[in-house]
Design a protein around this ligand. Structure first.
Ligand SMILES: Cc1cc2nc3c(=O)[nH]c(=O)nc-3n(C[C@H](O)[C@H](O)[C@H](O)COP(=O)(O)O)c2cc1C
Length: 399
């Protein structure tokens, strides 16, 4: 059986699956459930000194939508839209002290790690909450620079508002790194213009890793009532956002080679493998657990293991960053790749004209019954191959 163990910021994780900071980690009992379900770690629901962020959690709202923008009513599609609003931990960070100790002791006994997420309102309290967690025996801190809701709340100068500005993010990291000895990881917002620059800035300030990333703010409409779901803007994510997240995992891995925890868009083991191949060392899984339960974790872990076994990979290292390493460094490099042109297999072509409809380079036209190719105009874009239902398109290299 493949070895699922992974080293991350000096800690050994028994597998790459960690529960993200979210409602399923909002108490010591819930953290224990994550560990019981097989997770190698769990990030505590963000600890805060800002009452407004706890109040927001007391007013949490959810609209889980299908691909038609309707409430799912129990049937969870793979590409669900998780549209929701909740704040930080519902109790004060001081009240968490005994529970952090309890959860940490449980994690130690079960070969797992508790990571403390912090989301504060002043430089002093960012450092104080992190220090409190360290004093409880916690082995790693995550700074939540990604919470999307502060853009909608004038009292909350935190989360995304910090993660959008590399200099401010670095200032907070420096203060926390000065206050604690344990590794500090930064959870990025996707709502910054360049996540790699934010990651570079916090790395230079002493961050040991980044979580790529928290969620966007969105706006979802119920067209039957003509009203926004759950009254207006809310956090939005779901498995469909994976491709956007992977772009940043790939870029930060390729440019900075810093340890990455992947988050935002993981539904199952397949997604997790993609994150690892792009350069994530561990994964943080969140919203899917609120729909499928803690038991889902085990399926994700088992799925990764089966994938490695079936492909003969001995461990995660064998696939770590694999896809990122094979990507072209820039679009300019693509211009050096040898050209190809489409060839139609006349036996398979049925004259459905899908390919003709999708060719915007005048390289395919309708013949009497079959598609006719004009190779001199074909640029080898491969769109015809994608839309052909009969596998009638192949390619030949240009002379
Ligand atoms: C209901 C809900 C509450 C969340 N609360 C927090 C939080 O307190 N702190 C935090 O850093 N991220 C929070 N997040 C973001 C998640 O940790 C995670 O990054 C995000 O949901 C993307 O992962 P997913 O695609 O697995 O859901 C929350 C997300 C949701 C849906």
């Amino acid at each position: 059986m493949a070895d699922l163990g992974v080293e991350f910021c000096g800690l050994k994780f028994k597998n790459p699956v960690v529960v993200a900071s979210i409602e399923p980690t909002n108490s010591a009992e819930r953290l224990k459930k994550c560990i019981d379900a097989g997770a190698a770690g769990a990030v505590v629901k963000t600890l805060t000194d800002m009452p407004i962020m706890a109040t927001l959690t007391g007013h949490s709202k959810y609209a889980i939508l299908n691909e038609h923008g309707q409430i799912i009513r129990g049937k969870v599609p793979r590409n669900y839209v998780f549209y929701s609003r909740s704040g930080y931990s519902s109790t004060t960070y001081q009240e968490w002290e005994p529970y952090l100790k309890e959860a940490q002791a449980y994690a130690e006994k079960n070969d797992a790690h508790i990571i403390a997420s912090v989301g504060a309102g002043s430089l002093e309290t960012w450092a104080a909450i992190a220090k409190m967690a360290e004093d409880c025996g916690i082995m790693m801190i995550e700074l939540n620079f990604g919470c999307p809701h502060p853009t909608q709340m004038k009292e909350a100068r935190t989360g995304v508002l910090i993660g959008q500005v590399p200099e401010i993010a670095a200032e907070v990291v420096e203060r926390v790194v000065d206050a604690v000895k344990i590794p500090v990881m930064v959870k990025l917002t996707p709502e910054a213009s360049n996540l790699t620059e934010v990651a570079r800035s916090v790395k230079d300030a002493g961050a040991a890793a980044v979580t790529v990333n928290n969620r966007f703010t969105g706006f979802a409409v119920n067209i039957e009532t003509g009203t926004p779901y759950i009254n207006g803007p809310a956090g939005v994510g779901g498995p469909w956002i994976k491709y956007v997240t992977l772009r940043w995992v790939h870029e930060i891995y390729s440019k900075l080679r810093m340890p990455i925890a992947g988050s935002n868009g993981i539904f199952d083991w397949h997604d997790a493998v993609e994150f690892i191949m792009c350069g994530a060392r561990i994964m943080q899984i969140g919203s899917v657990l609120m729909l499928k339960g803690y038991e889902w974790l085990n399926k994700v872990i088992k799925g990764i293991e089966d994938f490695l076994d079936q492909h003969g990979y001995p461990d995660l290292q064998a696939i770590y960053g694999m896809a990122s390493k094979k990507a072209t460094a820039s679009y300019n490099d693509l211009f050096q790749v040898k050209g190809i042109h489409a060839v139609i297999n006349e036996e398979k072509c049925t004259g459905c004209w899908n390919c003709v409809r999708s060719c915007f380079y005048d390289a395919l036209s309708k013949g009497d019954e079959k598609v006719v190719t004009h190779s001199d105009r074909c640029i080898g874009c491969e769109l015809c191959f994608n839309v052909c239902p009969f596998n009638a398109v192949t390619f030949a290299e240009n002379d």
